[in-house]
Design a protein around this ligand. Structure first.
Ligand code: NAD
Ligand code: TDX
Length: 331
């Protein structure tokens, strides 16, 4: 298998490449990554001699066409991924998430290459707090932010290219990932690295918003399964029954890091902030037999905290930049 991984220097993509090298050592892996602020090439250090790394954009039609033509399958992680940034400057999100996905689809159509498109539960909008409902593959898209609108757009393009042109594509929509190598702009790494530097966690608004947490390795195992055994044209929701409020997550971080329970601050809320995400992953479990391995969030979180504690050189510079942006945004 010659596999092209877009966005393979980002959080989920790099963990995917590391895991695939471990579990599918016979696969030849090429990473296509624009190496934006969100990438960290050192994440790929352990495998850098075993993969091919191409620095470039998924929105570059010629480059994408050439690479797609030389691979059997593509796993498409590349995206601009942070909601707060999409509220500040939406254009890169349209360019990478919509135009970039379009370029890939056209190349895949020309070369008959298998595609797996990685997407998010945020395309479904949000659910009420305390509502027993969860998202399923039948939930209509209803995105709230520029980020989620561009991801929903990319999902719709993939579906249309499947139906109209018969490309061999699957889609997955996963809930919030946590684990090592996540950019410090995101909720959990921001709080953990902050505490390591003596800074109190910052909760948007009241902190009542709920996210459905899944360990990044569980997400990536599902992606490999869908790539190998998923049905083209189908969408699979990925989630590990990990609903928690942001307040609860901060409480656990403080407890695990030996800080008092009230050692956090409330900051102004994110505009349009989605209340709650929750995934029903019955289809993935029933059809492909997927099960999460990280079933105790507390253990996965403790291991993640230890990873950030052990790897300050991985995150220190990025944290300075991202906190400068947050200071400008007032969050
Ligand atoms: P990330 O921001 O950590 O990484 C994105 C990677 O894509 C970076 O390496 C960046 O350099 C690269 N990239 C950006 N623009 C590019 C371009 N034009 N061409 C090539 N590469 C480009 O994101 P992540 O959290 O790893 O998310 C990866 C994918 O998973 C995204 O598609 C995201 O929508 C999806 N997803 C993320 C989560 C989550 O909780 N983080 C949950 C569900 C789905
Ligand atoms: O400092 C913070 N304080 C805070 O309360 C930050 C950075 C976030 N939050 C809140 C906002 C959200 O309710 O924490 C929650 C999680 O925030 P993010 O890490 O920014 O994630 P979210 O907006 O939920 O989106 C994430 O999951 C779905 C990823 O960034 C997306 O790429 C993915 O599609």
């Amino acid at each position: 298998m010659r596999l092209l991984v877009t966005g393979g220097a980002g959080f989920i993509g790099a963990n995917f490449v590391l895991r695939v090298r471990e579990t599918r050592p016979d696969w030849q892996v090429t990473v296509l990554d624009a190496v934006t602020y969100a990438a960290n090439l050192s994440s790929l250090d352990p495998v850098i001699d075993d993969i091919h790394l191409v620095k470039g954009s998924v929105a570059d039609a010629d480059l994408v066409d050439d690479l797609v033509g030389r691979h059997d399958a593509v796993v498409h992680f590349a995206a601009d991924s942070h909601n707060d940034n999409s509220l500040d400057d939406p254009w890169p999100f349209v360019e990478t998430n919509v135009v970039g996905t379009y370029r890939l689809l056209e190349a895949v159509r020309r070369h008959g290459t298998r595609l797996h498109h990685v997407s998010t539960d945020e395309v479904y909008g949000d659910l009420e707090l305390g509502d027993p409902q969860r998202f399923t593959e039948q939930t209509p898209v209803n995105p709230s932010s520029p980020y989620s609108a561009t991801k929903a757009s990319s999902d719709l393009l993939v579906r249309a290219w499947g139906r109209s042109f018969g490309i061999e594509a699957t889609i997955s929509n996963c809930s919030n990932n946590y684990g090592p190598r996540q950019h410090v702009e995101k909720f959990i790494p921001r709080q953990v690295t902050g505490v390591l530097e003596g800074i109190r966690p910052k909760l948007y608004g009241a902190g009542a918003n709920v996210r459905d947490w899944i360990h990044v390795d569980d997400h990536n195992d599902a992606v490999v399964m869908i790539l190998e055994r998923g049905t083209p044209g189908e969408t699979y929701l990925i989630g590990a029954d990990g609903e928690m409020s942001n307040r609860e997550v901060v409480a656990m971080i403080l407890e695990l890091m030996g800080k008092p329970a009230d050692w956090f601050d409330h900051v102004p809320d994110r505009p349009g902030h989605d209340l709650r995400y929750a995934i029903d992953s019955t289809k993935l479990r029933a059809e492909l037999g997927w099960e999460p391995r990280y079933t105790t969030f507390r253990d996965g979180l403790a291991a993640t905290i230890e990873w950030y504690r052990a790897n300050p050189e991985w995150w220190r510079t990025a944290r300075v930049t991202s906190e400068t942006t947050y200071a400008r945004l007032g969050r």
